[in-house]
Design a protein around this ligand. Structure first.
Ligand code: ASP
Length: 575
């Protein structure tokens, strides 16, 4: 070891008793007992107790000072043994102590549960906590496991540009002004999508990368401006080949982290079934509360709302809700876009419901829940019903504490539609990205874009979308047909994607791939609620970086050189 230390704090144990050691690290805590001062010394490997019997030296020491000590490892007195600490049976009797580096008074104590923004402002302190040490190391371990698995499967790590001509992944681009060509911009890659396809056309066969991606979207618990993906692409494959490789990579990560991997194959669930049963394309399957359909049953109902609605569906919750509780649930349903929430409560065999009197015997027989349960109905357009009941399902599961089962459920959502209507423009647009191939048998999608299915698939872990992929279009004509459905004129197709169309026309192999969000994966793996807990230096919701104080305005002279002019700079208005 170096001249600074010959061992580390966490490495010491009873086996070292009698040894002289040199340690260096941070003062975690300091307790002054008059003649003796006890210090918990911390480094990356753990903590060990120091006993200093020269109080004049120890007096100066404060938390988070960096010190170097020499001393002897001794057994603790039996009553002083700390069974919660791996080094709890021993302590180091200090013979020489040197202050290496001092600390100003601290804004918070390391490991204290303080506001996230404060933690990020002083991330270097926060990083010394067990939590951050554990999370950053886990992130490393997971990536190492994934890399090992990809290497074993013959994937080649290829670096693709960060500054590119923009890849449509459905988000806004971050732009990079180019000084050498004032007034022009690159976009920061939203993903390496087109480059990895070009790698396949280039004959590479199996590409992967832990790729950084940039997307200008509102920041949320599971979203940062910049994030990494396990990005992969393969030639001469079908959907199942890609899913198989991804499962292998996930298992590799679990094994590397020393955890029981999820059973394979991960179940496959069709998009239409997921939307109907769970009201979501990323359903959490750890609990039931499945959505049931009552559209047919209520077609001729006396209850006008049911009779006239295009879709009537319901969820049965395992509780006989009170009036007040039902009022609250209705408010929630309305927030999701429902006009109302009808219900049938079976309170120990007695039915409570304002709509029961309109329902026929047959309807009641089929819809009435078991004693102690409540059926909650939404009647509306299908998409609204799905959204509302999907939202309500998650709310009920959270409230009834059905989610934290300890299970790790991975599954695939498959058979997505190829196109959907853009809510604002009414134009057909892609669901995944425009390079996704239609399902075999759906190649004639131009005639009826709304009913075509795609070869797109998503990976879900306990209700979190980890990533997406697809089998791609490998034919220039078909690629142009997709652009046409999206309303993109020929000139625009060539201006934006001319290079791709040319490449597709020069011998493109069938290919497909996937991208999984690394930070989302590690966040779940760490059992953390949001990405900020596993990213070393994340940004907060306003887009600011509390540590460096970015982003900042730039002097006009700099902007001028780039050929741009800033309107007034805007201060962040939230966190
Ligand atoms: N480029 C896609 C994404 O970033 C993933 C893929 O289709 O492989 O979501």
């Amino acid at each position: 070891m170096s001249s600074w230390r010959d061992t580390t704090c966490g490495a010491l144990s009873e086996a070292d008793v009698g040894k002289r050691v040199t340690l260096a690290g941070w003062v975690d805590t300091r307790r002054d007992h008059g003649g003796l001062v006890f210090i918990d010394l911390r480094d990356f490997s753990g903590k060990v107790q120091l006993v200093v019997n020269t109080p004049e030296v120890a007096k100066e020491i404060r938390n988070e000072f960096v010190v170097q000590v020499e001393g002897e490892v001794v057994n603790r007195a039996p009553e002083a043994v700390n069974p919660n600490l791996s080094t709890g049976g021993i302590e180091v009797r200090v013979e020489a102590l040197r202050i290496v580096s001092r600390s100003t008074p601290l804004p918070f104590q390391v490991g204290d549960d303080v506001d996230d923004v404060l933690r990020l402002r002083y991330r270097w302190l926060d990083m010394r906590s067990d939590r951050m040490q554990r999370n950053l190391r886990l992130s490393h371990t997971v990536i190492a496991g994934i890399r090992r698995a990809m290497d074993d499967m013959g994937f080649v790590d290829v670096w693709t540009p960060s500054m590119t001509k923009g890849t449509p992944e459905g988000a806004r681009d971050f732009l990079v002004p180019i000084r050498l060509q004032p007034g022009t911009f690159y976009a920061l890659a939203q993903s390496p999508q087109l480059f990895k396809q070009l790698c396949m056309i280039g004959g590479l066969d199996r590409y992967y990368q832990i790729a950084t991606c940039w997307r200008d979207e509102d920041l949320r618990a599971d979203r940062q401006f910049e994030f990494r993906q396990l990005d992969l692409e393969m030639s001469f494959v079908d959907r199942e080949d890609v899913l198989d490789v991804m499962e292998e990579a996930v298992v590799g990560a679990f094994v590397a982290a020393g955890r029981e991997p999820p059973p394979r194959p991960f179940p496959r669930l069709g998009y239409a079934e997921a939307m109907a049963k769970y009201g979501s394309d990323k359903p959490d399957l750890r609990f039931g509360l499945e959505i049931e359909d009552a559209t047919e049953l209520t077609r001729a109902s006396e209850f006008g709302v049911f009779k006239s609605a295009p879709t009537v569906r319901y969820i049965v919750a395992p509780r006989a809700y009170s009036r007040a509780e039902l009022g609250r649930l209705e408010e929630i349903a309305k927030e999701w876009g429902a006009k109302g929430l009808a219900y049938l409560v079976n309170d120990g065999g007695e039915l409570r419901s304002p709509i029961a009197k309109y329902l026929s015997e047959d309807e009641l027989k089929q819809l009435q829940p078991q004693p102690g349960n409540t059926a909650l109905f939404v009647a509306d357009e299908e998409a609204t019903v799905s959204r509302v009941l999907g939202g309500l399902r998650l709310h009920l599961a959270r409230e009834l504490e059905l989610m934290e089962t300890g299970e790790e459920l991975f599954h695939w959502i498959v058979d997505f539609p190829l196109f959907e209507r853009d809510e604002d423009t009414g134009q057909w647009t892609f669901l995944h990205h425009p390079f996704t191939a239609p399902m075999p048998g759906h190649e004639g999608f131009e005639a009826d874009p709304g009913s075509a299915l795609s070869q797109h698939y998503d990976l879900i872990w306990n209700g979190w979308e980890l990533g997406s992929g697809s089998i791609r279009i490998h034919d220039a004509d078909m690629q142009q047909a997709v652009f046409r459905v999206m309303g993109m004129p020929e000139e625009e197709q060539h201006a934006k994607f001319g290079f791709l169309l040319e490449a597709l026309a020069m011998g493109a192999p069938p290919h497909g791939g996937f991208a999984m969000g690394i930070e989302r994966f590690v966040t779940r793996m760490a059992g953390e609620p949001d990405l900020r807990q596993i990213v070393a230096f994340p940004k907060i919701a306003s887009g600011s970086d509390p540590l460096t104080g970015g982003p900042t305005p730039m002097p006009d002279s700099v902007l001028k050189e780039l050929g741009i002019r800033a309107l007034q700079a805007q201060a962040p208005d939230d966190r």
